[in-house]
Design a protein around this ligand. Structure first.
Ligand SMILES: CC(C)(COP(=O)(O)OP(=O)(O)OC[C@H]1O[C@@H](n2cnc3c(N)ncnc32)[C@H](O)[C@@H]1OP(=O)(O)O)[C@@H](O)C(=O)NCCC(=O)NCCS
Length: 174
């Protein structure tokens, strides 16, 4: 069982973890599953593209050109990263982003939890966090494209396949 706790960090020097004025949402973790690990979510944290690539590598995703990944992040409506903190070192252990028309619709992409942290409830908390952020902006239609092996993960979060028979359709260049 994991749950969220909201805290705010203050400004400090540039070199340590308290350096940023970012809002960090610390995840309260079950010590039985996480030991004394500390994890927070952020919508503001600077994303190092190489670190993101490593995270995507860790789950076996195909590499994408970094310049396109950068552009995709820049044009995303919401980017959430999850960070493990050990002493003064932080490591990105989760990620998800959403694109949106800012009014009605958002689509969630690139949901990933590092294998070391999978099956502990963190993916669920990350998704709920995304949905809460989108709902707080009054966005009511949240969609995503699920790989076949994770359909049930999203189902458990309330996502529905083909609501009212509506089908997702794709066009690819020849
Ligand atoms: C999919 C992913 C984000 C899930 O994160 P996670 O932290 O391991 O998932 P959680 O531990 O929060 O699981 C939440 C629930 O979903 C279930 N679940 C997790 N992965 C599942 C899967 N692949 N299929 C079905 N159910 C799954 C868990 O058993 C748990 O069930 P419960 O609430 O009844 O206990 C993670 O496994 C991952 O990063 N996978 C590789 C990347 C990927 O496939 N991303 C999705 C692309 S569409």
């Amino acid at each position: 069982m994991v749950w969220l706790q909201k805290l705010f960090t203050k400004t400090g020097s540039d070199d340590n973890l308290e350096a940023n004025n970012y809002e960090r949402d610390w995840v309260s973790l079950d010590p039985e599953k996480f030991g004394n690990t500390k994890i927070y979510f952020s919508t503001h944290e600077q994303i190092d593209l190489y670190e993101l690539e490593e995270l995507c590598d860790s789950v076996g995703w195909a590499r994408r050109p970094l310049r396109k990944v950068r552009k995709a992040l820049e044009h995303s409506y919401l980017v959430v990263s999850a960070w493990e903190v050990k002493g003064t070192k932080k490591t990105m252990i989760g990620f998800a982003r959403a694109t949106s028309d800012h009014a009605f619709n958002a689509t969630i992409w690139d949901v990933v939890i590092h294998p070391r942290f999978q099956n502990k409830g963190l993916g669920k908390v990350l998704m709920k966090y995304m949905i809460r952020k989108l709902r707080s902006d009054d966005i009511s239609n949240v969609t995503l494209f699920a790989d076949p092996q994770v359909v049930d993960f999203y189902r458990r979060l309330g996502f529905i396949l083909d609501p009212e028979g509506i089908k997702g359709m794709f066009w690819y260049p020849d």
